[in-house]
Design a binder for this molecule. Structure first.
Ligand SMILES: Cc1cc2nc3c(=O)[nH]c(=O)nc-3n(C[C@H](O)[C@H](O)[C@H](O)COP(=O)(O)O)c2cc1C
Length: 178
């Protein structure tokens, strides 16, 4: 199966994007990465050359992600979009919570790509998203807790919208054969 090639224009757009982006070819065995951008390299500490051709699960290292992986596997099987939180490690071993937005990009009847955009959740985001009750207990003050949770929600919602709009541009380019 021929490799999917991104146009120069699209490559420049992806390179200049401030959010981490990764593309995998679901029509190939084990869904290998075919492109990542500099923001992905900066977030993970892995270079493009380190990761092309590999399945992105290497970021999970020894960490348990069973439930999120189930969700990703069914999205890939069904060609749908999905949003999950994964426990990942950077190249130097530092763990982080990765809010992954995944979009299905259908290139042709027999060709399916997925775009992933990774977002590192910081402690405040994680507290707001994963366990609001716990974030309230830590902050003691319910009012402040609500403000933090709302800020976390807005930060992640903004990122989701940005990733979605990048996905839309890439989809349009690929469908136009650009
Ligand atoms: C485009 C794309 C980006 C992905 N990005 C990540 C990622 O940043 N971190 C991660 O742990 N898994 C990521 N994954 C998910 C894994 O590659 C894999 O699909 C997941 O672990 C489920 O499959 P498995 O249970 O066979 O490992 C990504 C998948 C795709 C298709």
């Amino acid at each position: 199966m021929a490799e999917v090639r991104f146009s120069e224009k699209l490559q420049t757009f992806l390179r200049d994007s401030s959010i981490p982006l990764s593309f995998a070819d679901a029509s190939r065995p084990d869904c290998p990465l075919i492109e990542v951008n500099p923001a992905f390299e900066a977030l993970t500490g892995y270079s493009r050359d380190d990761v092309i051709g590999r399945n992105c699960r290497f970021l999970q290292a020894d960490l348990d992600n069973e439930i999120a992986r189930d969700d990703i596997r069914s999205a890939i099987a069904n060609g749908t979009d999905v949003q999950v939180i994964l426990r990942n490690r950077q190249a130097d071993g530092t763990p982080f919570e990765n809010l992954l937005f995944m979009y299905h990009l259908k290139v042709s009847r027999s060709r399916s790509l997925f775009m992933g955009s990774q977002f590192r959740l910081d402690a405040k985001d994680a507290a707001g998203l994963i366990d609001r009750a716990q974030s309230r207990a830590v902050l003691l003050d319910e009012g402040i807790g609500r403000v933090f949770a709302e800020t976390a929600r807005l930060r992640t919602e903004n990122r989701r919208r940005l990733a979605q709009s990048v996905g839309g541009v890439v989809r349009a380019h690929l469908n136009a054969g650009a």
